[in-house]
Design a protein around this ligand. Structure first.
Ligand code: BG6
Length: 306
């Protein structure tokens, strides 16, 4: 990865001339995305992914010969200071509201920051872009790797002189055929979750597979490192494997909450399920001065009959 080419200039044209490359089946280009925000477009053997520097926000992952894996709202906003609705927002360095500051923005500062493109290259059999920023006393890097699977890795180093508490979630919005039509999540049985709809009451998950019949907003703790979303309408399984991510959030706003949200259309809620991977609440991390924390999530789409 050519990290020497780090730049602070973020016009798409300038970034393209510094970082863009095209080697046939493997490519990386920077263009003006929606709202003229700079966007990195990765290509690998017929697969494609997009990442905005705004929020280091992944907005698309389309595997070769498969439909799009991530949901993006039709009225998602692409504006400085706003989080894009859909794709993979990064919640960091806190999740939801911040205990110490009731005025702090929901889900932290990462998803509304402008990140720098820190390096690009061919890494681990895929094409990779590395984004970087500083948030409070944390130097943060985010690697997006597109190969036969899709992997995002968030890494933060505490450059301060006191320990700091970190929460995070890679808040993936997965596109599904219709959440009411047999969509199920496997891998959560026996885990304790905090029910966000009941004041974070603690509940043990008894279902072998979680199906959806109403608004759902749960933070599962101490989870396994593999979850599978079954989607009968789209005839596929989405396999989500993690490293360093003890928490898993499952969220869908259903009908009424959607009506209160300005950037999700009323007919869109059945088209996604959020399965978010990270470290939250009991699973938060304390990072010592000079210490590093790392969270990685790998996504793979597989046809149901395989
Ligand atoms: C989920 C939370 O992670 O994100 C929900 O569990 C929240 O409680 C949802 O509503 C969306 O949050 P936001 O800030 O992007 O509207």
């Amino acid at each position: 990865m050519s990290e020497a080419k780090t730049t602070t200039i973020s016009s798409a044209r300038d970034l393209e001339s510094r970082f863009g490359f095209d080697e046939g089946e493997v490519s990386l280009h920077i263009d003006d995305g929606r709202g003229t925000l700079p966007r990195v477009v990765l290509g690998h053997d017929g697969a494609r992914a997009e990442v905005y520097l705004h929020g280091a926000h992944v907005t698309a992952y389309e595997p070769a010969d498969q439909r799009e894996v991530l949901f993006i709202g039709r009225s998602a906003r692409y504006e400085p200071g706003k989080a894009i609705r859909g794709g993979i927002p990064i919640c960091f360095p806190w999740f939801g509201s911040r205990a110490a500051d009731p005025y702090a923005p929901s889900h932290g500062l990462a998803r509304t920051k402008d990140w720098k493109l820190g390096g690009v290259g061919r890494v681990d059999g895929g094409v990779e872009a590395m984004f970087e920023t500083r948030i409070e006393k944390l130097d943060v890097r985010y690697r997006v790797n597109l190969g036969s699977t899709f992997r995002v890795t968030l890494e933060a180093t505490n450059i301060g002189d006191e320990a700091t508490i970190v929460e995070t979630a890679m808040h993936s919005y997965f596109a599904v055929g219709d959440i009411r039509e047999g969509v199920a999540i496997e891998g959560l049985n026996g885990r304790t979750y905090l029910d966000q709809l009941q004041g974070r009451a603690r509940v043990v998950e008894e279902a072998e597979a979680l199906f959806f019949e109403a608004e759902t907003d749960r933070v599962y703790l101490d989870t396994a490192n593999r979850h599978v979303i079954i989607d009968p309408l789209y005839q596929r399984r989405l396999i989500v494997e993690t490293e360093g991510c003890p928490s898993t959030v499952v969220w869908n706003p259903w009908i009424e909450k959607t009506m209160r949200m300005g950037d999700v259309e009323d007919d869109e809620w059945p088209k996604f399920v959020c399965l978010e991977t990270g470290a939250i609440a009991d699973d938060e991390l304390s990072v010592e001065p000079g210490g590093v924390c790392r969270f990685s999530t790998c996504i793979e789409a597989v046809d149901l009959e395989r």
